[in-house]
Ligand binder design. Structure first.
Ligand SMILES: [Fe+2]
Ligand SMILES: [Fe+2]
Length: 494
């Protein structure tokens, strides 16, 4: 598996975005391959082949526009890889059994990994000096919205993206009558992007604070994905709310940073660190292990200080809440009950807050990779679009369960709830069924997924949810019946 690094930037945000996506697809192929999930490997390779072709076209257009003298030689290298990849893909398709499939998949990912690294770092890098430097775009723009070419305006790029999306939507082996056509559309939802890292700090403290907040934001922003087309009656869970993220940053500033600065160790190590050249992202790559550990220590202690303590009162155990914790509760209150749902902050919530920073781990990529798998499995099992590679029943649930192993246990809940906020068919009744995998009774389940159980308890008392989901289910079944009738009687495509 490879990860994209700043050193791989070829100076064009659009091409960098392409390279990131290619790396992601190769990593996905490897990941599915390692689990012997062959239909999924096949689906990802399909995407990969299309994407490689599109990327090469885009890159060659850029090279032509900047009059890169080695364009022809570069084009040949592209052609050679495309041909090799096609050959390996054909072999994979022709494989007679899983053993052969595994071998093909291993060779393909090895070739692509080596090629990508070598090609980006050595060949693509050659045209980097010719790419005109653009002024920094506004922070709220997603990377792919940034201008990749002097000639291409944002409107042109948007048109290109639209055309690509339409081509993707069309790439199915059957057509549907107008009343069913929407069933072929890929699911769409809002995925907030990380803004570019802040830079040019005038003190170590400010840089360090921004770097800590950025790490935490990566987790919070990941969980902010949602599907505006779903009319959910209950407020989102706290981690999914942008308002909560703002308040949480303030809370870190008030309760946690003072703890980190108090540490003599941090102050001492900071003096040896050349911070002026770093930004909120590169900070973590450049600090040494000791400084990393000291920051984490301050972070952990800061949260520990806010924990409720068990004391004996009249022979009974009670939890004592410190004034600071009361202030934290006050600070993190939503502006209105519909903004987000946060239980009264206790030690479980402190555990969640504490889990949000891991100096040794940038969770962004891992989270997004796990999400991609869940998304694919959801489409393959629950959506009709990909009939050809239909996943077996329960594949989505299993994918979700296995995604859990990769993250802090506190986040399991939030992944499940994020799926609920994005995928129409992950209803509360799906969640009820899902929860039964995680314990024999409600108490056991609550120990694993407290926030999902909390959500379900609220949902159970809300008849609107039950009515809506029942109607949606009926509608879905009717459409599926119509679709399967249509497919059974359709004429072969000319
Ligand atoms: Fe490239
Ligand atoms: Fe290239």
């Amino acid at each position: 598996m490879i990860a994209w690094r700043e050193a791989m930037s070829v100076g064009s945000p659009a091409l960098d975005a392409d390279h990131k996506r290619l790396i992601e697809l190769v990593n996905l192929t490897e990941e599915w391959g390692s689990r012997d999930s062959w239909p999924q490997v096949g689906a990802v390779i399909d995407d990969l082949m299309v994407y490689v072709r599109e990327h090469f076209q885009r890159e060659e257009a850029v090279m032509a526009a900047i009059r890169f003298p080695e364009l022809e030689a570069h084009r040949k290298r592209h052609e050679a890889l495309a041909a090799r990849a096609r050959l390996l893909n054909d072999k994979f398709r022709a494989a007679a059994n899983d053993g052969e499939r595994k071998t093909c998949c291993l060779v393909l990912t090895k070739v692509l990994n080596e090629w990508l690294l070598d090609h980006i770092l050595k060949q693509d890098m050659k045209f980097k000096p010719l790419i005109p430097k653009k002024p920094q775009p506004a922070a709220h723009h997603a990377p792919e919205l940034q201008v990749g070419l002097p000639q291409q305006t944002e409107a042109e790029l948007a048109a290109e993206r639209k055309a690509r999306k339409e081509a993707r939507d069309k790439d199915v082996e059957y057509e549907l009558p107008p009343n069913l056509a929407h069933l072929l559309k890929r699911i769409e939802y809002v995925v907030p992007e990380m803004p570019p890292p802040e830079k040019e700090f005038d003190s170590f403290e400010k840089l360090c604070a921004a770097a800590v907040c950025r790490r935490v934001d990566k987790v919070l922003i990941f969980f902010q994905r949602h599907n505006p087309a779903l009319n959910l009656e209950l407020p989102p869970f706290f981690l999914a709310s942008a308002e909560f993220a703002d308040k949480f940053r303030q809370a870190i500033g008030k309760f946690i940073f003072p703890m980190i600065w108090e540490s003599r160790q941090v102050r001492m190590l900071a003096t040896n660190f050349d911070w002026a050249a770093q930004d909120a992202e590169s900070f973590w790559e450049h600090i040494n292990r000791q400084l990393e550990q000291s920051i984490l220590q301050g972070w952990t202690q800061g949260w520990d200080e806010l924990r409720l303590i068990e004391v004996k009162k009249d022979g009974q155990k009670v939890l004592q809440v410190k004034d600071n914790t009361k202030a934290l509760r006050e600070m993190l209150q939503p502006s209105s009950p519909s903004a987000y749902d946060l239980p009264r902050i206790g030690n479980r919530e402190i555990d969640v807050f504490q889990s949000l920073l891991d100096p040794a781990n940038d969770w962004w990529e891992t989270l997004n990779r796990a999400w991609r798998i869940c998304h694919d499995l959801y489409e393959q099992e629950k959506e009709p679009r990909i009939f050809q590679q239909k996943a077996r029943e329960g594949a989505f649930r299993d994918g979700l369960l296995s995604a859990f192993n990769r993250f802090p246990p506190e986040w399991v809940d939030f992944l499940v709830l994020a799926c609920h906020r994005v995928f129409p068919r992950v209803s509360t009744s799906f969640l009820e069924g899902f929860a039964t995998n995680l314990g024999r009774n409600e108490a056991e389940r609550e120990a694993h997924i407290p926030y999902t159980i909390r959500y379900l308890r609220q949902a159970r008392t809300n008849p609107d949810i039950f009515d809506r989901e029942r109607l949606e289910e009926q509608e879905w079944q009717a459409q599926m019946k119509e679709l399967s009738d249509y497919l059974a009687h359709r004429e072969p495509k000319a």
